[in-house]
Design a protein around this ligand. Structure first.
Ligand code: ZN
Ligand code: FE
Length: 255
């Protein structure tokens, strides 16, 4: 499967997956036009649209793409996603015939309550739950829910490529470095990201193993994060409190 990030809106990525025979999937099309252009340029047939959560910057183009191409729309159970043709639930395996693909569905409440991720075909399609070097804001869920969602993601195979919904890596990295200034894997990743962004290339996807080494929101049990909580007067005795402290510090962080 070929995996291509399509820049959309201000800083979104729509993920395009396609096989060698020209059958395509798109993930979280916040608008239709970048998808139409990519389908045309690559001579692809759009067969399926996967949605992770109800925010308009992830679903805004889905109905138009379905109207134009007849593609099926897979989405979590949520009445705010009215364009869906098929609902998928936690624990299910989504099996597509064209392109031939299988994805494990995992419920990840936190950014929104009905947010799901799709894992399979070497990729993790994770919307606004996990970002490179960061995680989504808690619009609907609690810190405990989001931490538990991220921990489920963290237990997946490390070679999965993290295909997230936004290009937020540089700003996330600035915050991450304030939390773990001594993390050499993080420093290396930031050097790599700076080179990619200087060439206007996407900083994603990166393997999940890299996020486990660099992303503070996946590292609430690291000595650096525990020490950071202590220095910032945050409760440091339990992982949920550490996660909540990190998340609220990031919310107020000016990069
Ligand atoms: Zn969102
Ligand atoms: Fe978003």
């Amino acid at each position: 499967m070929h995996v291509v990030p399509l820049p959309a809106l201000a800083d979104n990525y729509i993920w395009l997956l396609h096989d060698d025979s020209g059958h395509a999937i798109v993930v979280d099309p916040g608008e239709a036009q970048p998808v139409e252009e990519a389908l045309h340029a690559r001579k692809l047939k759009l067969c399926a649209i996967l949605l992770t959560h109800h925010h308009n910057d992830h679903i805004g183009g889905a109905a138009a793409l379905r109207a134009a191409h007849g593609a099926l729309i897979y989405a979590p159970e949520d009445e705010r996603i009215s364009a869906a043709t098929h609902r998928v639930r936690d624990g299910e395996t989504l099996i597509l015939a064209q392109p031939e693909a299988r994805f494990q569905i995992i419920a990840v409440p936190g950014h929104t309550l009905s947010h799901i991720v799709y894992a399979g075909e070497g990729v993790l399609l994770c919307g606004d739950t996990l970002f490179s070097l960061g995680c989504g804001r808690l619009f609907e869920g609690t810190p405990a829910q989001m931490l538990s969602s991220l921990q489920r993601i963290a237990s997946l195979p490390g070679d999965l490529l993290v295909c997230c919904g936004h290009e937020y890596t540089v700003a996330n990295g600035r915050f991450a470095q304030t939390v773990e200034p001594g993390n050499t894997a993080l420093k290396q990743r930031l050097d790599d990201v700076a080179k990619l962004r200087a060439k206007q290339q996407p900083s994603v996807p990166a393997p999940l193993s890299s996020e486990l080494a660099c992303n503070p929101f996946l590292r609430v049990n690291s000595n650096d994060v525990i020490a950071w909580c202590r220095q910032h007067g945050a409760a440091n005795d339990d992982p949920v409190a550490r996660f909540a402290a990190l998340r609220s510090a990031k919310d107020g962080f000016q990069a």
